[in-house]
Design a protein around this ligand. Structure first.
Ligand code: GDP
Ligand code: MG
Length: 168
């Protein structure tokens, strides 16, 4: 039977945990070593969603976030998007809006989820929970709080996007 493939782009400032999230979801591993790139364009995972076989292709950026050099090829054909920031990095939170615009420029309106990662470091938080809620409402996308390190809510992010895509 038919298999649905969904290209998902994960965007946000460097070091918020994008590569870690992809690795966690697709390989079940987590490392503390800061890696600039996972060395491939994307990793994938197959799931069942609403009775359908769905293949999620999670595209990673090769650490060029700070150079604004992410190519159009990276965004091309993306059907879903993760906007990620870190609990302990104010700049990454403030940059979310511009990341959203960049993706929208290339892909138009696609199912998008706002992710606040590193909630295991909530005691060092530089983002007010209410601010995060307000931003998610302003952007019109759901906010999910994750810890890739402790494997909290990571599956929920991609399950949510898959079902949003199937509903379209
Ligand atoms: P990227 O630049 O957005 O791809 O970020 P990375 O995935 O390379 O992660 C940057 C650093 O944050 C690495 O040292 C990760 O181990 C760490 N990291 C990622 N997710 C979490 C998390 O949920 N909690 C904590 N404490 N550290 C994390
Ligand atoms: Mg990375």
């Amino acid at each position: 039977d038919l298999e649905i493939a969904i290209k998902v782009v994960i965007v946000g400032n460097g070091a918020v945990g994008k590569s870690s999230m992809i690795q966690r979801y697709c390989k079940g591993t987590f490392t503390k070593d800061y890696k600039k790139t996972i060395g491939v364009d994307f990793l994938e995972r197959q799931i069942e969603c609403e009775g359908e076989d769905v293949r999620l292709m999670l595209w990673d950026t090769a650490g060029q976030e700070e150079f604004d050099a992410i190519t159009k090829a990276y965004y091309r054909g993306a059907q879903a998007c993760v906007l990620a920031f870190s609990t302990t990095d104010r700049d990454s939170f403030d940059a979310i809006h511009s990341w959203k615009l960049k993706v929208e420029d290339e892909c138009g309106e696609i199912p998008t989820v706002l992710v606040q990662n590193k909630i295991d470091l909530m005691d060092q938080s530089v983002v007010d929970p209410e601010e995060a809620d307000l931003l998610s409402r302003a952007l019109g996308c759901r906010l999910l709080r994750t810890s890739v390190k402790e494997d909290v809510n990571v599956n929920t992010v991609f399950r949510h996007l898959a079902s949003r895509c199937l509903a379209e």
